[in-house]
Design a binder for this molecule. Sequence first.
Ligand SMILES: [Zn+2]
Length: 358
Amino acid sequence: MPVDAIYFDGQVARDRPVSVNLDSQGLTFSGDGLPPRAWRMAGLFAVDPPVKGHTLRLAHDSQPGARLVVHDEDFMAELLAIAPHLKGGFNPKRAMKFSLWIGLSLAAFAGVMYFTLNYAPQKIAVLLPEEWRERAGEQMEKALAQGAKFCTTPAGDAALSAMLASLAEGDPDMPPIKVRVYDIGLMNAFTLPGGHIVLTRGLINETSGQDEVAGVLAHEIGHAAHRHPEAQLVRIMGVEILLSVATGTSGGGNTGSLASLAAVLRSSRDAERQADTYAVDMMVAAKIDPTGLKRFFEKVLKEEGKPVNTTLSRLGSVFSTHPGTAERIGLIKPAPTSIPLKPAISDSQWTDLRKICG
Ligand SMILES: [Zn+2]
C-alpha cells in the first residue's frame, strides 16, 4: 500500500510529492515528473532517530543530500520491522566510515603526541600557564607533605629568605621560588612545578653548614629554572595535561596523586646534571663556596645503600643515584681562588634556620 511522502533531490531547493512503496528489498517511489527510483535497504538510513508520531526523514548512500520525508505511523512501524538498523539513525556502513575517519584522526593525533612528548616536553613545560603550574605545584606539595608540619618561625623564615637572596645574586634571571621547610625527618629536598621547593627538617639538621643547604637549594632552583618538574609532568601525563591546558579546563586536577608525584620527582641523568651545573655556576657567581654541594653529596654517598622504606625516600630527588653520586661529586670543582667567598648566610642566621622546626 503506497504512502504519500515528500522528496527533495538535494540538488534543487524544491520538494516533490511522491508515492512510496515498501518491500523487504527497500523503497521505490515516483511522483509527478519524477521517474521511479529505488532505494535499497542496504544504503538506507534515518537522518534523525525515528520517533513515533513524528516525521521520518530518510536518506540513502546512493544519493547524497537527497531526502525522503514520510509522515505515516504505520509505514514507519513496518519499515523499522524490516530494517531495525534505522532505529537510532544508525547505519553500520556509515558507522564504519565514521569510525575509520575517527581512527585515522586519532592515529594522526597520537603521532603528533608521540613526537611532542618524546622530543619537546621541556618546550611545552615552558609554555604552561603560570596559574596552572602554580596549582599543580600547590597540590603536589600538599601530597608530598602528607600532613607533616610546615615549619615556620620569624627568624627561620628570615634566614631562608636571606639564603635565597644570596643565591639570587648568582642568577639575575632566577625564577620565582617558594621554599618551604616541613617537619620530616628524612634528609631530602624536592622541586615541584611552579617553583615550589620543599626542604625537610632532616636536610637542615643533618647538614653541617649553611653552604651545604645553599648547595642543595641551588640544585633545586636549577631544576625549577629548567622546568624539569613540569617537563616530567608533561612527559608522564602528556595527553591529559595537554588537553586540559589547551581547553583551559581542570588542568592539573589529578596532579595530587602520589603516582604523578613520583613521576614528577624522577629526574633523568641529564636533568640532574643540568641542575648540578646550574647550582655550581650560581654559587660561584654568588661568591658562595660550591663545594658545599659536594660535601652534601658526600654525605648522600654515605647514606646510599642503607635500606630505605618510607614513601618519601622512594620518591627520589637529591637522593637519586642517577647519575651516580660519586660521578656528580667529581664534577663539582672549587671556585677559582681569585673569587672572595662568603657564607650563604651568617652563622647566627644558620642557627635560626636550624631551629625553624622548633
Ligand atoms: Zn635533583
